[in-house]
Design a protein. Structure first.
Length: 187
């Protein structure tokens, strides 16, 4: 199937997202990987296990669309690069669908920005120069009187184990704060 840009999509489209009109928490990731493309359910992979652990959520809570929406930057699996890694999310998906979808979901109070693509899209010019600086500035985004707060997170992939070890403030400061905020919204 061709995209609006005329480029061939690597697979038939299979949008993978979960939304609900009552969800107060939104998780914005990158795009489905190969396992998620096959399952049709977001974060059904080791990254999802780690993310649920970070958030202190059971699978039941995580997949409850009355509490949590999961909206990736690219709704469909973008394919693999020459080294076997996932390609970046397709831009035309976010450009075409993201604003339209969020217009219908104004109830979010906490938006978790998982990875650089979601951070750049949602934070715009207030995103820092790189992922580390953006995630390190999490308090700037969390300490606001705005109705919606944004919390940037690294991707929960095993590929980020070294990043997590180099940045102990992530597990020591950000995650306890985030778990407290989630707990309040899950009541």
């Amino acid at each position: 199937m061709d995209s609006p840009r005329g480029e061939r999509l690597p697979h038939e489209p299979r949008p993978v997202l979960r939304v609900g009109s009552r969800a107060k928490i939104c998780i914005c990731g990158q795009a489905p990987g190969t396992r998620v493309h096959a399952s049709g359910k977001p974060f059904t992979d080791p990254s999802g296990d780690r993310l649920r652990s970070w958030l202190n959520m059971s699978e039941e809570q995580f997949y409850d669309t009355g509490r949590v929406a999961i909206i990736p930057m690219g709704f469909c699996f973008p394919g693999l690069d020459s080294k076997g890694g996932d390609l970046p999310p397709r831009r035309e998906c976010a450009e075409h669908w993201r604003a339209r979808l969020f217009e219908h979901l104004p109830q979010f109070r906490l938006v978790l920005l998982v990875g650089q693509y979601a951070q750049k899209w949602h934070l715009g010019k207030s995103a820092k120069g790189n992922l580390t600086d953006t995630v390190a500035a999490w308090r700037d985004y969390a300490d606001t009187n705005e109705p919606v707060r944004y919390i940037p997170l690294p991707h929960p992939s095993w590929r980020n184990n070294a990043w997590i070890r180099k940045n102990p403030w992530f597990e020591n400061d950000l995650l306890p704060f985030l778990r407290g905020e989630i707990s309040k919204l899950m009541e």
